[in-house]
Design a protein around this ligand. Structure first.
Ligand SMILES: Cc1cc2nc3c(=O)[nH]c(=O)nc-3n(C[C@H](O)[C@H](O)[C@H](O)COP(=O)(O)OP(=O)(O)OC[C@H]3O[C@@H](n4cnc5c(N)ncnc54)[C@H](O)[C@@H]3O)c2cc1C
Length: 325
């Protein structure tokens, strides 16, 4: 028996389970099956019930901690303290969190509280006596595989969209836990929340993504990208070059320093296919590039490249789609 692989789950503003946590929970269960142990989850929230019930769809056991301080204060610090108390009493085989901003904060705080190592931004995790963690380094040029020192357990943050969430055959059980004792770290009060403008359909969940790069030429060029995305029922993505130019919000950036996406169709307009972009979209089902340079790097990994001006090709595609609808 390898012990328990724990997931520290995040919740959405409406109290439901974050998508990244359902992915991490699926990974924990898969690893536990190989390790011969159990996967379990911890939900810390003012009202953890909805997310805890959802999480129990993925792992055998969920501890729901109702902690009023999780609301109105920086969540990760509060959650890490409550999770640390559980993990200190039941030493785990490993702890997994998402690699988003809250997951990273939880991992860091937990590492400090329990004096444990962390492996960050996993793009794949296998089990070999402990987590064997793949990470992309040096701007995506290298993939490393790392493990904790023998006999040590540690924390792994997992990038979104590297695992497909899949429920377990049978739902697990939810235990209610009463927070024990005062929080020792000072609370960080959230004084204001500013929602970044994002597309109606988040790129992480889109089945079709039409992405624009520097070749799109400006904010106006993205109107065509948006029209194509609408016509295909998809979302708009972008390269860092387009984001850095201020043509589109960072929420749409795909790649090493943006999001990892896994749509069925990825239509790349005016995108060269740099390695740092590729690492964010290479697992798409079908990749189609439109580029006027036949030797652009994207030609090496796209399923199809249309060599031509993206505005001509894009408008022709729109007309064709309009005819078919
Ligand atoms: C540490 C680090 C992290 C990074 N993280 C990311 C990341 O997360 N995401 C990311 O995307 N990049 C990232 N980058 C940047 C990355 O290296 C590239 O610079 C970037 O992806 C290039 O974007 P692009 O393809 O839009 O632009 P370019 O490389 O300039 O390519 C533009 C392409 O458009 C084509 N083109 C131009 N006009 C037309 C037209 N009218 N019709 C058809 N084709 C046309 C050109 O032939 C060219 O191939 C990162 C870089 C570093 C160093």
């Amino acid at each position: 028996m390898a012990g328990t692989i724990w997931v520290i789950a995040e919740t959405n503003a409406d109290g439901s389970l974050a998508k990244s946590s359902s992915e991490v929970a699926t990974l924990a269960r898969t690893l536990a099956e190989v390790a011969g142990g159990e996967a379990a989850g911890i939900v810390v929230a003012a009202d953890p019930q909805a997310a805890a019930t959802e999480l129990a769809g993925y792992v055998a056991r969920v501890v729901a901690v109702a902690e009023p301080a999780a609301e109105g204060n920086a969540w990760a610090q509060v959650a890490a303290q409550r999770a640390a108390a559980i993990l200190a009493s039941e030493p785990p085989a490993a702890v997994l969190t998402g690699a988003g901003s809250d997951g990273r904060d939880v991992a860091g705080t937990l590492a400090a509280l329990l004096d444990r190592p962390v492996l960050v931004n996993a793009t794949a995790v296998a089990w070999d006596g402990g987590p064997s963690v793949q990470m992309s380094v040096f701007g995506g040029k290298l993939v490393t595989t790392s493990a904790f020192a023998e006999g040590e357990w540690g924390i792994v943050t997992v990038r979104p969209n590297v695992v497909t969430a899949e429920k377990a055959a049978a739902a697990g059980k939810v235990e209610q836990a009463t927070p024990a004792g005062d929080l020792s770290l000072p609370l960080v009060r959230v004084v204001e929340r500013i929602e970044e403008a994002a597309a109606a359909l988040p790129i992480e969940e889109a089945r079709v993504i039409v992405a624009g790069g520097r070749g799109v030429g400006g904010e106006e060029g993205f109107a065509l990208v948006q029209q194509l995305a609408d016509a295909l029922g998809g979302a708009v993505g972008a390269t860092r070059a387009a984001v850095d130019s201020g043509w589109i919000p960072y929420a749409q950036q795909i790649g090493q320093t943006g999001k990892i996406v896994k749509p069925q169709l990825y239509l790349a307009l005016g995108i060269s296919g740099a390695i740092q972009h590729k690492v964010g979209m290479q697992t798409a089902g079908t990749i189609v590039g439109v580029n006027r340079d036949p030797d652009a790097p994207i030609a090496e990994f796209a399923d199809l490249v249309v060599v031509g001006d993206l505005f001509e090709v894009g408008k022709a595609l729109l007309a064709e789609l309009a005819q078919r609808s």
